[in-house]
Write a protein that binds this ligand. Structure first.
Ligand code: FAD
Length: 444
């Protein structure tokens, strides 16, 4: 088949590779100057930076993890033990917070433990699972964990009142903390959350983009950069994209953007797609001179407003020794925003660096490079209308014959490994279609 793939992020490139290996004639249309999408990296003044915040290579899915490692090359990866902390007022607390409460002040430790035990009791006596995220946090975690971390951190990252957010997305992302673990943590015994992320990998050279570069290897002539999708219409059983005919189209560009070019969309679904607003991220690379390497941390969370605008700082030069020039180290600070509410001008960047200095992460006088990167589509906005809206949109596409997949091609809050797993599923779907010639609705 002649297949158009819209978007050259990790999802589009994985599909392009698999379908090319099956001998289909693939053509990837990408509006950016280089492929990679949210996995892209850039080198500035000798510092490597992941444009959309620090990315790590890991997966619960062994098949996917092995496939990713092979694309980069096993010898071209650095393996690191994850060391993450929350900067909680005057001290570092291990992450996840509920596993780190033994490091809090006695009062906060008491608040968290007693609040958690009361929440467990309430759930046992039938308190129903709330719909909105704020109530869910109190219901699941109790007052102490909510007020000392979960509420301030989530308000900072999501940039909206948490009662306006749906709670269902949390399932599977926030691990269940057994009561036993919380009690152990409170008395200072070590417990571990997120065991699947206890080690991670990162490319020695080229930043996380080494992954998408590896996936795209050999496909150079198939990937057309600086080629935005400008028109898309049906032509009988086939499709026409930018004036060219294809047997099949796979979309991975944001549905909100697709809705502006796909002529044959149901008008109600088009309107729903227009309401799928993203949350954006500004990543700021901060390179600085140092004789001593930074603490062996992977990243830290900054949950409080008085710590400045960043919600997370990645210790990026710890991911690979090649991420910073000799005698230097680097951080990447992530700041979320909505719409056009952020302008990273010099004054704003200065105040961001000052806030890192106040957090004792660096001395301003050592800073040699500060570079912001904006990613408009970064997080899926989990507002209360979202679950029903996206279910209607996906259902319409899945029976339409135009396949749509990817973080914003389907609005699934997925990491790159999960995007690859989805691409594997769509590949199987296309194989079945190619074998039978019978189009069937996509089931993911
Ligand atoms: C802050 C942050 C941290 C993350 N951390 C991790 C991590 O540690 N590990 C991990 O595995 N994942 C992480 N992720 C998730 C990961 O980046 C994404 O899941 C993945 O990159 C999404 O790939 P995609 O191909 O679905 O979408 P995208 O990468 O968004 O690709 C879509 C492509 O479509 C192109 N496009 C858009 N409009 C058009 C158009 N009109 N015409 C043509 N092309 C168009 C875009 O330029 C883009 O290249 C993180 C994401 C963020 C935001």
């Amino acid at each position: 088949m002649k297949i158009a793939i819209l978007g050259a992020g990790v999802t589009g490139l994985t599909l392009a590779r698999l379908l090319h290996e099956d001998k289909h004639d693939v053509c990837v249309l990408e509006k950016g100057k280089v492929p990679g999408g949210l996995c892209r990296s850039t080198v500035v003044d000798g510092f490597t930076c992941d444009n959309a915040g620090g990315h790590i290579l890991f997966s619960k899915n062994k098949e996917v993890l092995d496939w990713m490692k092979d694309r980069v090359g096993r010898d071209a990866l650095v393996e690191t033990e994850r060391q993450t902390r929350i900067l909680w007022h005057d001290r570092y607390v291990p992450y996840p917070f509920e596993n780190g409460i033994g490091s809090l002040t006695p009062q906060a430790r008491y608040d968290c433990l007693s609040g958690y035990l009361k929440a467990v009791e309430k759930r046992k006596s039938g308190a129903p699972c709330p719909v909105n995220f704020r109530d869910w946090i109190f219901w699941k975690m109790g007052d102490g964990l909510a007020e000392h971390f979960m509420i301030p951190y989530n308000e900072k990252i999501w940039e909206c009142p948490l009662e306006e957010m749906d709670a269902s997305w949390v399932a599977g992302r926030v691990p269940d903390a057994p009561v036993e673990d919380i009690i152990k943590a409170a008395v200072g015994l070590r417990t571990e959350g997120y065991t699947h992320q206890s080690v991670f990998w990162f490319p020695k050279h080229g930043g996380f983009q080494a992954l998408t570069d590896g996936i795209a290897k050999g496909l150079e002539e198939k990937v057309h950069c600086k080629t935005p999708v400008q028109s898309l219409r049906r032509k009988g059983e086939r499709f026409e994209v930018n004036g060219e005919d294809y047997d099949l189209v796979i979309n991975t560009i944001p549905l909100k953007e697709l809705a502006e070019v796909f002529e044959d969309m149901d008008e109600g679904i088009r309107e729903e797609c227009r309401q799928l607003h993203p949350l954006s991220v500004c990543t700021v690379l901060v390179g600085y001179k140092t004789d001593t390497p930074p603490d062996p941390l992977s990243w830290i969370y900054l949950p409080f407003e008085d710590q400045g605008p960043a919600n997370r700082v990645t210790f990026f030069s710890n991911y690979s020794p090649h991420n910073a020039p000799p005698g230097h180290a680097s951080y990447m600070a992530e700041v979320t925003y909505r719409g056009d509410s952020l302008n990273p001008d010099q004054e704003w960047l200065d105040s961001l660096v000052s806030s890192l200095e106040s957090c004792k992460l660096l001395k301003k006088s050592d800073v040699v490079t500060v570079q912001p990167f904006l990613s408009r589509y970064a997080y899926v906005d989990q507002n209360l209308a979202f679950p029903q809206r996206i279910a209607r949109v996906r259902a319409w596409f899945d029976q339409s014959g135009l396949l749509t997949v990817g973080r914003f091609g389907r609005y699934e809050y997925h990491n790159s490994d999960q995007c690859i797993a989805r691409a594997f599923q769509v590949h199987e779907h296309i194989r079945a279609f190619a074998a039978s010639g019978e189009p069937k609705p996509l089931v993911l």
